[in-house]
Design a protein around this ligand. Structure first.
Ligand SMILES: Nc1ncnc2c1ncn2[C@@H]1O[C@H](COP(=O)(O)OP(=O)(O)O)[C@@H](O)[C@H]1O
Ligand SMILES: [Mg+2]
Length: 271
């Protein structure tokens, strides 16, 4: 579905490489997280996925379409929806509904189909009652749900969320993550979630860890969190349940069994 092969990227010739020889393969329907501390190259990689940036070396392919091919780039933009960190930078129109319409117009969607698509997309992110609201009146979490709705209206196959929850309060964050999970499970949309909150990666099928422009580790959450010290060395806070498990294990209070939820860790205490 998505194939990033041997990609290297610099912002300007005399600058150091921001991405070095990146290889990432993501299958259809997967929920993948990309983690890494600030400046590790996550957003640059995200922008390469829908051709906002082009690789200097290597290739980025979405379902066999290359971002380097100008004729294919529009098809790719229909397939790959992006949601960014700052909820306030994603709106251009006076109402929620108009904002979605603007996005559809931009990608040349038939005007007759727009109303239905907008309605459907807002329903899927639980924001239909706000369709006539001014975006500036929404909470951060609601704004991000509208931004996701705007992408869903384009019928994407992949959603890339670049720290989309970073500026939200806990409730906003939970609501956004719930919707993302639902889109993955119920609609089979491939999810690429970029985050430095490792707590948010526990639903992922697979995780890539970036550091200094490279993928330094990859695996399922269970595989990756078996080695929390590596993540800590990279400046990342491991999920609460993982930290708890290893603290208890050091004291001999839980066995080798490994759980990614606090409930799981606590039940291991009694067995
Ligand atoms: N537009 C840009 N121009 C020049 N350097 C940039 C630009 N965007 C990011 N960088 C640099 O590229 C590196 C990786 O940044 P970025 O991809 O934003 O990482 P992350 O999203 O993991 O924080 C950083 O050193 C950053 O300063
Ligand atoms: Mg970033």
């Amino acid at each position: 579905m998505i194939k990033v092969s041997n990609v290297t990227f610099h912002y300007g010739k005399d600058r150091p490489a921001v991405l070095k020889d990146i290889d990432v393969t993501i299958n259809r329907g997967q929920y993948v997280s990309i983690i890494g501390h600030n400046g590790s190259g996550k957003s640059t990689l995200a922008r390469l996925l829908n051709g906002l940036l082009l690789p200097e070396e290597g290739t980025v392919e979405i379902q066999g379409l290359s971002t380097a091919n100008e004729e294919e780039i529009w098809k790719i933009r229909h397939k790959v929806g992006m949601v960014f960190q700052n909820p306030d930078n994603q709106f251009v129109a006076p109402t929620v509904e108009d904002d979605l319409a603007f996005g559809l117009e931009n990608l040349g969607v038939d005007p007759e189909k727009m109303e239905g698509r907008i309605r459907d997309a807002l329903e899927r992110v639980d924001m239909l009652p706000y369709r006539h609201t001014e975006p500036s009146r929404l909470s951060g979490g609601q704004k991000q749900r509208v931004a996701i709705g705007g992408m869903l209206a384009l019928h994407p196959e992949v959603l890339v969320l670049d720290e989309a929850t970073a500026m939200l309060d806990p409730k906003g964050r939970r609501d956004v993550l719930d919707i993302v999970k639902r889109m993955n499970e119920e609609e089979g949309i491939t999810i690429i979630q970029i985050t430095h909150y490792l707590e948010e990666t526990l639903n992922s099928h697979y995780i890539y860890v970036m550091d200094q422009g490279q993928i330094v580790k990859e695996g399922t959450p269970t595989q990756l969190y078996q080695n929390p010290d590596l993540l800590r060395k990279l400046g990342l806070d491991v999920p609460f349940a993982v930290d708890l498990h290893f603290r208890l294990q050091n004291k001999g209070l839980v066995g080798e069994g490994f759980s990614l939820t606090s409930e799981g860790v606590i039940s291991a205490l009694w067995t």
